[in-house]
Design a protein around this ligand. Sequence first.
Ligand code: PGA
Length: 254
Amino acid sequence: MTKDRKLIIAGNWKMNKTVAEAVDLVTTLKRDLADVKEVDMVVCPPFTALCEVSKIILDSNIRLGAQNMNEHPNGAHTGEISAQMLKEFSVRYVILGHSERRADQGETDELIARKAQAAHAAALKPIVCIGETLEQREANETEAVLETQLRGSLAGLTAEQMTETILAYEPVWAIGTGRTATPEQAQEAHRFIRSVLAQMFDDTVARRVRIQYGGSVKPDNARDLMSQPDVDGALVGGASLEARSFTAIIRNSI
Ligand code: PGA
């Protein structure tokens, strides 16, 4: 089945890669993926490598993303980075509300919604992450958790902004664990997410929004996941740290 939504595959490098390592990786990706047109490809290096990576991919088919940003435009927020600062490096996307930040930094849906609004105000496309823990899944709370996260993290967005927002469904139990959701589990969650979007916005928005799957995506499971009707891409952690595996994920998804 062909989807009318273009796949978007992003590498979330997390707290990995020195500037030199980042330059190496993205130089290889640029060379090895130069012919790819079917997939929107994004790399999300740590802040410290954005500047150098942005210079390398300037004339390529790879786009730049950041892993977080502050919700304020500027001011007394020590250690924080604003949307405008990201824009200086031609950043187009920003990951918001990753489960590691929800857990480690206590990010709430309400904060993520403010960040998403600030991202749109600066014409950055947010990649808003949602997903249930293992306990929540086992207690049959997956849909309730996803709905709460969606309604909270997307609060205040207009239909137009929502269409320009990417969602990433990342079951927490599948992140960095080697335990991937089955394609059926991913599809079921993605279809549910789309049904909530239809309630919150309308059918057109729900049909247009791209929903990535994230959590132990590897070259050998990418094809089955991406072929699900409501899966529109991937947010890749560990396997995005090496050119060979990230490239294979993209090739296997086309
Ligand atoms: P993983 O991470 O691919 O290493 O499981 C995914 C993510 O956290 O975005």
